[in-house]
Design a protein around this ligand. Structure first.
Ligand code: ZN
Length: 81
């Protein structure tokens, strides 16, 4: 079970390729569950789903332009408070 989860995180990292985004989550919770991401460009972190980051061309909500991520970000920030 743990192996499956870490494998999925590895797959996320593979899918990210040379994009300036890092997945900080160590446990895979599903493509539609929030995970923690870090932007290598500005160093900020945010929560979003692998689905939006990997499939919807989601970028950093701070220095990127993706609207989907921005919607997820406001949701994530409320949850962190
Ligand atoms: Zn950024």
């Amino acid at each position: 079970m743990g192996l499956w989860k870490s494998r999925s995180i590895k797959r996320i990292k593979l899918r990210l390729g040379d994009r300036p985004i890092e997945c900080l989550s160590t446990e895979y919770k599903g493509s539609r569950a929030d995970h923690l991401w870090k932007c290598k460009m500005c160093g900020k972190t945010w929560e979003s789903t692998p689905n939006s980051v990997l499939n919807e061309d989601g970028g950093c909500p701070y220095c990127g332009t993706d609207r989907t991520i921005k919607a997820n970000l406001s949701r994530g920030l409320r949850k962190l408070e």
